[in-house]
Every structure is written in C-alpha cells, then in structure tokens.
Design a protein around this ligand. Structure first.
Ligand code: ZN
Length: 374
C-alpha cells in the first residue's frame, strides 16, 4: 500500500478522478459487445470529481490522468511488466501495450470492467519488447493492434535489428529461479525467507505463464503517422525516429494533452541495450514539439514535468559523448563502462552513486559505433 500512497502523492494536481466500480455482472462478454452503458466516456461523465484515489481492481490500479484516459499499473502479485494506457472513447476502448503474458493481458481486460463496459476495439504496441507485446494473442481478430512496421517485423521475428531476441530477455528466468531456490536454502531469518518465497512464487508463476506466449504481430502498422477519430477524440500514433528501439510509437491525444510513450520515457532510466542512443536524443526533440500536459511512461507513474525529458536527453548525450571518446581511444566496452562518469546526473536519476555506466548500454553504443549491429 505504501507504493500506492506514494503514487497518489505524486499525482496531486487534482486532475485525477475516481470512478465507481461496475457490477461484476458486466464482466460477461467483456470483449466486443456493442451497445454501451453510459459510463467511462471521453467526456468525463460519471467521474466523481476531486477524489484523487485511483480505482483498484483485482490486479490493476487505474489512475484517471484526464477524463477518459487512464494509466493502468500492476497492483497484485501477477507479473505484468509494463504499464498500460487506457483510452475510453464514446463507443470503444484503446489499450496501449499488452503486458508480459496472456495472463496479464486477460487480467487487464477483466479489470477494465471496473472503469468501463465499453468494448476493446483497438490496441497498440509502443514497441516490440516482451513486457509490452506478449499479451497480444488474447485480443480477438476484430481488435486492431497498431504498431510501427518495424515493431511488427520484430515481434514476428522474435528479435530486433540489433539482434536482441525474446530468448535474450526471458531465457535467464530458469537460472534466476534456481539461484533464488539456492539462496532460500541458506536463509534462516523467517521474514527474509517469506519475502524470497513470495518473489520465487511470482517468478515460477510467471515462467509458467510465459510458456503460453505465442508472439502475435500487430495487424495494423504505420511508418510515420496514423490517426484514429473515435467519437469526439482524435488519437494520433507517431513515429518520430528510432529511440528505445527501432520502432517506438508515441500515442498522442491532442485534445486531452496527453502522450503515451512506451519506454522512450520511463520513470527513471530506460533500458538501452536495444536502443539508438544518439538518435534517441533527436527523437525526443520531436516529441517535445507536441503540445501536452501529461506523460504516461512505459514504466513508472504519469508525470507533468517536461524537464524530465531534458534530463534524459542530457544523460543520453553525456553517455554517448563519453562512450565515443573512449571508443576512439581504443578502450574496451567493459573498461569504458567502468570509466564513464555520469555522477553529474545523480540528482535526476536514482542509483548513480559513483563513476560507472550500465555495461549493456555502453556495449550497445560500441556496436553502433562499430557498425556490428543495426
Ligand atoms: Zn522496452
């Protein structure tokens, strides 16, 4: 609960509202039934204004960032991976990102009934990573799943241009489980044992759910831009250039003044091992040219402080420049990662206690400089 309270305190603008919970009877036929009760529309009707508490369902917590636009964050032991954006239109719903497994994606669809009974007709993958796209298979064929064309190709191939694969991302789970089991054998403290047992159980459950994943490519793609007009709402999908991956899409709601960014922006430092670190900086310049008040990131809480984009750009620029210099001096990526000093950014990002950079990020930059991976 502490985590939830912290999130609430950070969302203190008064724009967050609570919706009443819809009776469980409406859970039936949650998918594509047409004809909708007047709840959860883009006009904000039904919102109980002024109450900043999010709606808590079985597995997710829904925070209404602006009327009809929600941030869905995992709130149970179910491993869901990323955030999802939920856009409730006059007659249908758009879900942005499908989480880490079919179990997580189904849980979101069921929990969605706590905020609306309108059918899911659109989904989107902001990028190809497993924690944003491995729930796609739960959507019926009538649901349009939208992504950049490079994201579709990566999901279909199970790997990106950089060579990173789903196997790379999830292949280490059995080893991690074995390691936790070994650690558990050595623990005597009851509280520590209980905590590790809970984590272990979550990982075992997730690993079982992972076996059910059938990577399912989106059925609608864009190369630069696609726009939906749903009721009174305009929904823009933009590709502004490569960044966190080769196919990052920003979902922009111009009237709601919200962007949903995937992992191009997160609550902290995004994963860079599959990224285009120098191009990322320029791509973010194009994102900043949009007119918006709220950022719903791929991980972490929604926020309004645009300067946080500047902070990420400054970090990426510094990381890139130092990497280029050390690469030019013939330093190995491992040694470069130890020598790079990003302590100037410690006020903006947690976990920077001294010199050193993420070796995965530095290796990726060296690949780009060497031309050994796309
Ligand atoms: Zn990602």
């Amino acid at each position: 609960m502490t985590g939830r309270r912290e999130r609430l305190e950070r969302l203190d603008t008064g724009a967050i509202r609570r919706r009443s919970v819809i009776p469980a009877v409406l859970l039936a036929g949650a998918w594509l039934h047409a004809g909708c009760a007047p709840d959860g529309g883009g006009d904000g009707a039904g919102a109980e204004g002024g109450d900043a508490a999010p709606t808590e369902a079985a597995h997710f917590e829904f925070t209404e960032v602006v009327p009809g636009v929600y941030h869905a964050q995992g709130a149970s032991d179910l491993v869901v991976g990323s955030n999802a954006g939920v856009v409730v239109n006059e007659a249908d719903v758009l879900l942005v990102d499908s989480h880490i497994s079919p179990a997580a994606a189904n849980a979101l669809v069921e929990d969605l009934r706590s905020i609306t009974d309108r059918p899911v007709r659109y989904a989107a993958n902001t990028h190809w990573h497993f924690d944003h796209a491995h729930g796609n298979q739960v959507y019926p064929p009538e649901v349009e799943i939208i992504s950049h064309e490079a994201t579709r190709a990566a999901i279909a191939a199970g790997r990106s241009n950089s060579g990173r694969s789903y196997e790379l991302f999830v292949g280490s789970i059995p080893g991690r489980i074995a390691q936790m089991e070994a650690t558990l054998d050595t623990l005597t403290d009851e509280a520590a044992r209980a905590e590790l047992e809970a984590t272990l159980e979550g990982q075992r459950t997730y690993y079982a759910q992972l076996q059910e994943v059938v990577p399912t490519p989106p059925n609608t793609t864009l190369s630069e831009r696609l726009t939906l007009y749903r009721g009174g709402r305009e929904i823009q999908f933009h590709f502004f250039g490569r960044a966190h991956t080769e196919g990052d899409v920003i979902v922009y709601l111009p009237d709601d003044r919200v962007i949903i960014t995937g992992d191009m922006l997160t609550g902290g430092l995004p994963y860079m091992g599959d990224g285009y670190v120098n191009e990322w900086i320029e791509t973010l310049d194009r994102v900043k040219a949009l007119d918006f008040d709220w950022i719903i990131p791929g991980h972490g809480d929604p926020y309004q402080e645009r300067e946080r984009i500047d902070h990420l750009q400054a970090y990426l620029r510094d990381l890139w420049d130092q990497s280029v210099a050390l690469h030019g001096a013939g330093v190995s990526p491992e040694d470069a990662a130890a020598r790079i000093d990003l302590t100037a950014h410690a006020d903006n990002f947690g976990g920077i206690a001294g010199p050193g950079a993420n070796p995965v990020a530095v290796l990726r930059i060296f690949e780009l400089l060497d031309g050994t991976a796309n």
